[in-house]
Unconditional design. Structure first.
Length: 473
């Protein structure tokens, strides 16, 4: 088991030096200061049509130093961990924060500790050779091409990273952990009678190289060719206002984009979210629970600790239809006078943390998915969405439907594609008529791009929204 001394050795610092750096950071005044040390190794291997087309390995190493004065953030980083260079970064962060306004009362984040390691590594990615994975990628391509003679191109990608992180703050809290990530993805291009369709499948987990197994290869290969007949047969239906059934799993991206961002506390603290003044207000029908969860074992969005050293936790944003919590970093938590929720996340040490989602999903309800579909006279069933656009302040959204079906008289009929669904996030929440008992977490390579890129995941049971605008013919 890695100890504090293990991580201190990685970054060649002592606890006395950490204390000294925090002291320098607060030398011009400030309410709180923290240090974020990171050592990350990245690897990727890309196979295109049976040949390795590219691959790479690189290392990131440095420290970010933050000073908070009221709501003002002073931030500086150094890629050189010589003490003199880190002192310069601490002085720079201190000078930037000096112009902050009235103070906020920041509190310790150590109110709860993780009960278990959320992402163990049985096989460390750093110990593996690229040649170990090539047979798996070749087998993946072989299995896919053997399943459909319309395939004209296959691109497979394996990527992994391992991050050692050490965090220290002005409360004297020292937090350390190692974060693995492995991802396998494939894009397949099909051609039939001059028409082209493509499909992308991926799996991503916070775990070691034990991720890559024959079972995973078989799973991705089967999923890569599933539903292609329907893609070629799909029509573009007439548009209009109609009922929309969101399928379990990947349609959770709508929850993330159209609703989850509006629950992030920085948008609410600044009055930019449609939910800014709705804490304690009913926003959904009874029985609807919306969660942002950092505690799912091996999940891409799992956080043993967030990037402020706050332990990961499960946060109910909506409880039985009532808005009960925003997603907080330390700044918003101090501003609202609540405990941080473990949502302070950053892309790497070059960025300051801000409120970000982890694994966002709606919990299962009690309706049977077949019964939900059967209850719809006219509407659409959405399997997969992409290219969402959202206005956080108004809550308006537009999503492109990659695959789905018409619902006619309670039955799935013609496959559909190339349409948009348009609506308003808060209104869509309010218009939920049924929630299925089939919650599915989608373990694809979801990445959120709010100012910075961070790994997330999403999920959804089958749900029925009474009315959305469908942009078709």
């Amino acid at each position: 088991m890695n100890t504090h001394s293990h991580y201190l050795d990685i970054f060649k610092v002592t606890q006395l030096q950490l204390q000294s750096l925090v002291g320098t950071a607060l030398s011009r005044g400030g309410d709180f200061a923290d240090l974020y040390f990171e050592h990350t190794t990245f690897f990727n291997l890309i196979l295109r049509d049976g040949n390795v087309s590219s691959g790479g390995f690189h290392t990131d190493y440095g420290v970010g130093i933050r000073v908070l004065k009221g709501e003002k953030t002073g931030y500086a980083y150094s890629e050189n961990l010589e003490m003199s260079e880190m002192v310069k970064a601490a002085e720079a962060a201190s000078a930037i924060a000096q112009a902050g306004g009235s103070s906020l009362s920041y509190s310790s984040g150590a109110t709860a500790r993780p009960t278990e390691d959320l992402y163990t590594m049985q096989q460390n990615w750093r110990d593996m050779q690229a040649s170990t994975f090539l047979p798996f990628l070749l087998d993946l391509e072989k299995q896919i091409t053997s399943k459909d003679n319309r395939i004209i191109k296959v691109m497979a990608r394996l990527s992994d990273s391992v991050s050692d992180v050490l965090m220290y703050n002005s409360f004297g809290e020292l937090t350390c952990e190692t974060r693995p990530m492995g991802s396998l993805s494939v894009t397949v291009v099909f051609q039939q009678n001059g028409n082209t369709e493509n499909k992308s499948i991926s799996r991503s987990f916070r775990m070691g190289a034990e991720l890559i197994t024959p079972a995973l290869i078989e799973d991705i290969a089967s999923e890569a060719v599933k539903g292609i007949d329907e893609r070629f047969e799909a029509i573009r239906p007439k548009g209009g206002q109609m009922s929309v059934v969101m399928g379990a799993g990947p349609s959770g991206v709508l929850l993330h984009e159209a609703m989850g961002h509006a629950f992030e506390a920085d948008f609410n603290r600044k009055g930019q979210s449609i939910f800014s003044e709705k804490m304690g207000v009913r926003v959904c029908p009874e029985g609807v629970n919306v969660v942002d969860d950092g505690t799912l074992m091996n999940n891409r969005g799992a956080c043993g600790y967030d990037d402020e050293g706050v332990p990961g936790q499960k946060t109910y944003m909506v409880t039985d239809g009532i808005l009960t919590s925003y997603l907080h970093d330390r700044i918003s938590a101090a501003w609202y006078g609540v405990a941080p929720t473990g949502n302070g996340r950053r892309e790497n040490f070059r960025y300051n943390p801000i409120p970000r989602m982890r694994a966002t999903y709606m919990e299962s309800g009690n309706a049977e998915p077949e019964g939900i579909i059967a209850s719809v006279n006219k509407g659409i069933y959405v399997e997969e969405l992409s290219n969402g656009q959202v206005k956080i302040g108004e809550g308006d959204f537009t999503f492109f439907v990659k695959s789905g079906y018409l619902i006619e008289n309670g039955h799935l009929t013609a496959p559909i594609k190339d349409i948009n669904i348009i609506g308003n996030g808060p209104q869509a929440l309010a218009d939920i008529l049924a929630v299925g008992n089939d919650l599915k977490i989608d373990n694809s390579t979801w990445t959120c791009g709010k100012e910075q890129s961070v790994a997330v995941s999403c999920g959804m049971p089958t749900i029925l929204v009474s009315s959305l605008t469908v942009g078709g013919e």
